[in-house]
Design a protein around this ligand. Sequence first.
Ligand code: ADP
Ligand code: MG
Length: 250
Amino acid sequence: MSDAGAETTPTTAPVLRVAIAGKTYRPKGAEPVEAVRGLAFTIHEGEIVCLIGPSGAGKSTTLRILLGLDDDYTGEVSAAGGAGIAFQEPRLLPWRSVEHNVRLGLPRKDRKRDLDALFERLGLTPWRERFPNALSLGMQRRVSLARAMAAGPRLLVLDEPFVSLDDAAAAALRALVVDTVDAAGMSVLMVTHNVAEAIAVADRLLLVSRRPASLVATIPLDRPRPARDRAWAEATRARLAARFPEVIAE
Ligand code: ADP
Ligand code: MG
């Protein structure tokens, strides 16, 4: 682990630059809620970046802004060369087959694209004609990930993708996501409050403060993923918790 705030110089090109100066919700008849204040970062090609911060900090708000789902903010977001960005949305249409749900991730003109390799890689081949309710929660998540990956985005954005799965299912799905995005050369921006999970998969951690979310530190994790044993992961987590108690609980 390098020093907090130290910027390594990634050798790959930027995929997305985010510089949110501010975002305030102004609900009718209620106090304004300042959700983000000064949050800037860049995601590079092939990088897996985890955004970590307290509950209610403004993380989902940040994702919605960079996905273009909310344009009521000050600042700037730019995707390199119109890089495709896909959002994993866990809700599936229960009356549509797995196949159909995944194809909803494609632009209409590409709906007939060959997705055999994607279904195979995610272990979904035997389930293509089934309906979501016939699948376990873990398998349903795979379907929603397949939908997000179907169009071959440069950047995959995940908001707590493994939440409410048991540890074994979460670990299996995590490994599957890492292998799939590595093979495809995709970048990932993932929000999680599970620090151990972030330490297992990320190339870089972005730590954000409690609301309004602002950047507290950028933590590059240089150790290759296969060499991240339990002892290293636990030592890294403990060191981060000691340095950033306001972001990471002991
Ligand atoms: P996180 O994802 O980090 O848990 P969110 O980005 O969802 O946090 O929310 C940040 C803050 O903004 C919270 O206090 C939340 O209640 C508030 N908030 C989120 N969406 C809205 C909205 N549409 N209107 C008003 N306040 C909102
Ligand atoms: Mg959230």
